[in-house]
Design a binder for this molecule. Structure first.
Ligand SMILES: Cc1cc2nc3c(=O)[nH]c(=O)nc-3n(C[C@H](O)[C@H](O)[C@H](O)COP(=O)(O)O)c2cc1C
Length: 237
């Protein structure tokens, strides 16, 4: 079964869908001019813009206003790529150990794709923004996730494209060589990571979404339900 159909009248055969497909499942037959997958432009991110973004994100809510979230910016394509490579090393180790996480997250497929020359860990991003906090802080994961989500939402206003770096985050929690490279202060861990750069392509519309499974309970309905329930109980007793 096909996941989507191509409108042959509209298709320009420019190879952008092949280049952009995050799963690398699209192929343009009989054409050797398809660009290799590149998600970001070859343009560095300006330190001042990142500082402004973090200045917005620092207003995100934190548990008990603890404001424990700290930021680390990796502003070098080479360094980000090297850390993506360390994430792959961790995945290879997990596969070798037969760790069930490797099977459930299909590390085998990820490593195979990396070995064909595609960086599907950090997608060739020129930057990585990391949120970290003390390991013993109970709301570290939530606070760091909210803070990086604020940054994610603000980033397009600065012309940036972002993507969660979940595989990187997993490796950063477990793999000593990556932890040494990050050199976070003693007792701290990475709880959020976002790839950042200038996107190569702009999309015409938002991704499709299912309709929300939502229920609204108004006070009146709850009050009526409670009354009905207590009357029912009266009759029974
Ligand atoms: C917690 C989290 C971790 C993610 N980790 C990665 C990742 O490591 N690499 C990647 O390319 N995309 C990553 N993504 C992006 C998802 O793959 C993407 O959001 C998903 O394919 C759904 O696509 P959407 O953008 O239409 O929602 C992550 C997303 C989330 C929310």
């Amino acid at each position: 079964m096909s996941y989507f159909t191509i409108n042959k009248d509209k298709c320009k055969r420019d190879g952008i869908c092949v280049s952009e497909c995050p799963r690398l499942i699209i192929e343009l037959k009989d054409d050797s001019s398809v660009p290799t997958p590149v998600t970001y432009q070859d343009k560095e991110i300006e330190k001042e813009k990142i500082a402004k973004l973090i200045d917005i994100a620092r207003y995100s809510p934190t548990g008990r206003n603890s404001q424990m979230v700290k930021w680390l910016v990796i502003n070098s394509r080479e360094m980000v790529y090297s850390m993506a490579g360390m994430t792959i090393d961790w995945m290879r180790y997990m596969i070798k150990e037969g760790n069930p996480i490797a099977a459930s997250f299909r590390f085998g497929d990820v490593v195979k794709t990396w070995d064909t020359g595609h960086d599907i860990i950090c997608r060739g991003a020129p930057g990585l923004v990391i949120t970290y906090a003390p390991q013993e802080y109970a709301a570290a994961y939530v606070d760091c996730s909210i803070a990086i989500t604020f940054l994610d939402l603000a980033a397009p206003s600065f012309g940036f494209g972002t993507c969660w770096a979940g595989f990187f985050m997993m490796a950063a929690s477990h793999w000593p060589p990556l932890q040494q490279s990050l050199s976070l202060p003693e007792g701290h861990s990475c709880f959020g990571a976002m790839m950042i750069g200038y996107p190569k392509y702009r999309y015409q519309r938002l991704p499709l979404r299912k309709k929300p499974d939502e229920r609204v309970r108004s006070f009146l309905i709850i009050a009526t339900e409670l009354m009905a329930r207590s009357m029912h109980n009266c009759f029974l007793s």
